[in-house]
Design a protein. Sequence first.
Length: 235
Amino acid sequence: MIQASDFLIVEDEFLIAETISEILSNAGFLQVRIVSSVEEAVTEIECRKPDMVLTDINLGKEKSGIDLGELLFQKYQIPFIYITSHSSPEILGKAKHTRPNAYIVKPFKNEDLMVAIELALFNSISQNESNSDNSELIVKEGRALVRLNCNDILWLETDGNYVTINLLDNKRRVVRIPLSELQQQISSQQFVRIHKSFLVNVKFITEIRTNSVILQTKEFPIGRAYQSSVESILK
């Protein structure tokens, strides 16, 4: 696992915060701090910058975890994970603009939390090394972290909790992660969401029709909510 020494948990439910802290301690992370509000989190961050922040979205106070996520991304450049019981499209829509490194929904298993942390740290380091160049996608497959070249990805297709990443030469990778989360990790100039189930690589689009696009020889429907995204390709 990629190493980190200092974690900050932002959670207003004490028992949940203690549970997360215990999971981290059992995994060998000994420096774990807990706060219950955005204000307390900012004080802790200013005092000693953590390697990773795990924050609930709904903190039950004036400022939410999304407000903190905005600060973590824009000001502090600290990798962070949203931990929340909310998974609605509205919440995801607000959260994704703060560019979280991972997103995990309560209730979760110990292994789910550790995988999210590992992937978030790995992805954060990769982004720093490439100077924010999103030419690669890093995903967790089983117990392995897999680095994929985005130029080799034809399209991504979601089915429930799983996403199939379709590659050149008819290769495929199946990962357990929301499509919206993967979409945040890759270039919006290279990939476009054309349907709630499909994210396609623009470079492989051979034809755009009124209600569908052709990717090489395969036809994909265009969802009504994504018409403007497809039209932007033509501009």
